[in-house]
Design a protein around this ligand. Structure first.
Ligand code: ADP
Ligand code: MG
Length: 239
């Protein structure tokens, strides 16, 4: 079996004004390629800390992270950034789009880490924008789009480097229930095509669509189980 992510005894300690916070207290798990994991847990349980580490946005205090079999611990900061750009697609609750750029230009942004943007890249940006349902919006700026449309841009942007897996931190936290279903239908389609998805959420409506639920509590994994009868957002969208 091939693994998108392997994590062993991951610990993260924050020190802030003389105070020490143990945000992760020894977390171990594997995510096989093609899995769809929902990470749940109360506020402050360490979900975002874990996601930031899996996204190479931060380094652990202790423990091992393997991405696609590569040990990230031995990488320099530059190499870690390159690993992120090449292997990980990241989606945030607040979309994090650049306001001055159009839809197409926002989708291009991760390519800048790699150097020059080619005409072939531009063609793929457009293809992705259409795939996520942004027809007729390619030259709009984020302010001219609804929240759901902005999150579609973020999904397309996360895919432009053809990542090994997608990380999403509360991606539907700002969306109404209908738009949430539409974004989840998009994730489901990507997962059906073989993409690995790891999504942080506190909504049962969202986690029910995953193949597997990991619950965190106080910096540890409290439970980790497969979902037997997961809900299909594609089925809902079609009806
Ligand atoms: P969650 O996403 O589950 O709400 P977080 O991972 O954001 O939890 O936070 C876990 C714990 O670590 C919390 O107690 C939080 O206050 C603390 N924490 C998170 N980020 C930082 C930071 N940059 N500096 C200090 N403490 C932090
Ligand atoms: Mg969080």
């Amino acid at each position: 079996m091939k693994f998108a992510v392997q994590v062993d005894d991951l610990r993260k300690v924050y020190r802030l004004k003389g105070e020490t916070v143990h945000a992760l207290r020894g977390v171990s798990f594997d995510v096989p390629e093609g899995d769809y994991v929902a990470i749940m847990g109360t506020s402050g349980s360490g979900k975002s800390t874990l996601l930031n580490l899996l996204g190479c946005l931060d380094r652990p205090s202790q423990g091992k992270i393997l991405l696609g079999g590569y040990d990230t611990g031995s990488l320099s900061d530059d190499e870690l950034s390159q690993m992120r750009a090449a292997r990980v697609g990241i989606i945030f609750q607040a979309y994090n789009l650049i306001q001055q750029l159009t839809v197409l230009e926002n989708i291009e942004v991760p390519l800048y880490y790699r150097g020059k943007v080619t005409p072939e890249d531009r063609r793929r940006c457009k293809e992705l924008a259409l795939m996520v349902g942004l027809k007729g919006r390619l030259d709009h700026r984020p302010m001219q789009l609804s929240g759901g449309q902005q999150q579609r841009v973020a999904v397309a942007r996360s895919l432009i480097n053809n990542p090994d897996y997608i990380l999403a931190d509360e991606p539907t936290g700002n969306l109404d229930s209908r738009t949430t279903e539409e974004i989840l239908a998009l994730f489901e389609r990507l997962n059906n095509e073989g993409r690995t998805i790891i999504i942080v959420t506190h909504e049962d409506d969202v986690s029910e669509h995953a193949r597997r639920v990991m619950r965190m509590s106080d910096g540890e994994i409290a439970s980790d189980y497969q979902i037997e009868n997961r809900r299909s957002a594609l089925a809902t969208a079609a009806s």
